[in-house]
Ligand binder design. Structure first.
Ligand code: NCD
Ligand code: ZN
Length: 346
């Protein structure tokens, strides 16, 4: 196809950060996506409804004057979170979901949850007030192999949690394995998953291609080729339980290229183009619109966006970085050819 248009997409999982980083990265998300689910793993994290409302305001203050981008906020589930806070969140016009980070699983998860069992009353409140639980699904047990963390979390924590809370809506975030895809396919309709462009386009060989490649390191870490293929299969299947969540997670070049580099791939500047590349490779461009623009809105029970964006064939590499030097942000897929580019609203 030379050119095609889709309903304006939404990003159901993004890290916008705060302060100077927020103003650097927000324009890339806000120019493409109608809405975004904004992750709460700031330092300190977004623990309360008041924190989330203040953060939403800071995001809005960074937008260009006529932007109609809508940040949808999340609370960070901590062991101190109370059912009363969940009730408050459910009444807030800006809070859309609550995020579970297993303690120590990823960037800024030190205040996350060590013992899921102790959370029963808070999960009951989520169910009662109908707020979705977004899950970073990785085991943090120290003897679990890094490539098995998602499967171990799924078996030991997520399956029992979904069974125990029969009315809870759950998004299994940034799934990376065939096991996770199979679980969501057979789970009740209240369970969905987001999938990132990096997990659709790369497998774990990319981490070691010609040397150690820190800009391909994110969590959950890239998996085997058969896992990547399973993700492509479900993302392009038209199954509404799988939808777009970029997990765009900017870290400066110096904090990635370090003896203990941060986890996170910054893909916001090329996110739609990268998804289009993955769908084009699978000969499934006709399924991109559902995945990118319909299914997430339906799951979150929000209206689909009304605007459209147009993509055009180009076969050119995307931008390599935003900014220069140690503070620069290396962009996902830097230098690789992308078949499509967004040419603006339709
Ligand atoms: C994210 C970040 O940097 O905040 N990093 C990542 O590798 N995805 C955190 C997360 O979503 O795990
Ligand atoms: Zn994330």
């Amino acid at each position: 196809m030379e050119s095609f248009s889709i309903t304006r997409p939404d990003d159901w999982h993004v890290h916008l950060r705060d302060g100077a980083m927020l103003s650097r990265v927000l324009p890339y998300t806000a120019r493409r996506f109608g809405r975004a689910i904004v992750m709460p793993n700031l330092d300190p994290p977004v623990l309360t409804t008041a924190d989330a409302e203040a953060y939403a305001l800071r995001i809005r203050q960074c937008l260009v004057p006529d932007s109609d981008f809508e940040p949808l906020m999340t609370l960070y589930l901590a062991e101190s979170t109370t059912p009363a806070e969940i009730e408050r969140a459910s009444r807030s016009p800006v809070v859309a979901a609550v995020k579970l980070y297993p303690k120590g699983a990823t960037t800024n998860s030190a205040r996350g949850v060590a013992a899921l069992d102790a959370l029963g009353p808070v999960l009951d409140a989520l169910e009662r007030f109908d707020l979705p639980l977004l899950v970073h699904g990785e085991s943090t047990s120290p003897d679990c192999d890094v490539f098995d963390r998602e499967r171990e979390f799924l078996d030991r924590s997520l399956v029992p949690l979904v069974e125990r809370h029969a009315g809870l809506r759950v998004v299994f975030e940034h799934i990376t394995t065939a096991d996770a895809a199979a679980f969501v396919e057979q789970a009740p309709a209240r369970v969905a998953a987001t999938i990132t462009p990096q997990h659709l386009l790369m497998n774990r060989n990319a981490l070691f291609q010609g040397g150690l490649r820190p800009h391909h390191y994110c969590l959950p870490v890239l998996k085997r080729e058969e896992d990547r293929q399973a993700l492509v299969r479900v993302a392009t299947s038209g199954n509404p339980r799988f939808f777009l969540g970029t997990d765009s997670a900017p870290h400066s070049r110096s904090s990635k290229e370090s003896d203990c580099g941060c986890a996170g791939v910054f893909n916001a500047p090329v996110a739609i183009e990268a998804y289009a590349e993955a769908f084009a490779r699978a000969d499934a461009l006709d399924r991109l619109e559902g995945f990118a623009s319909h299914f997430g809105a339906d799951f979150y029970r929000r209206p689909r966006n009304r605007g459209r964006i147009r993509l055009e064939r180009c076969d050119r590499p995307g931008p390599a970085a935003v900014g220069e030097g140690p503070d620069g942000l290396v962009v996902f897929f830097a230098g690789e050819a992308l078949r499509y580019r967004v040419v603006g609203p339709d």
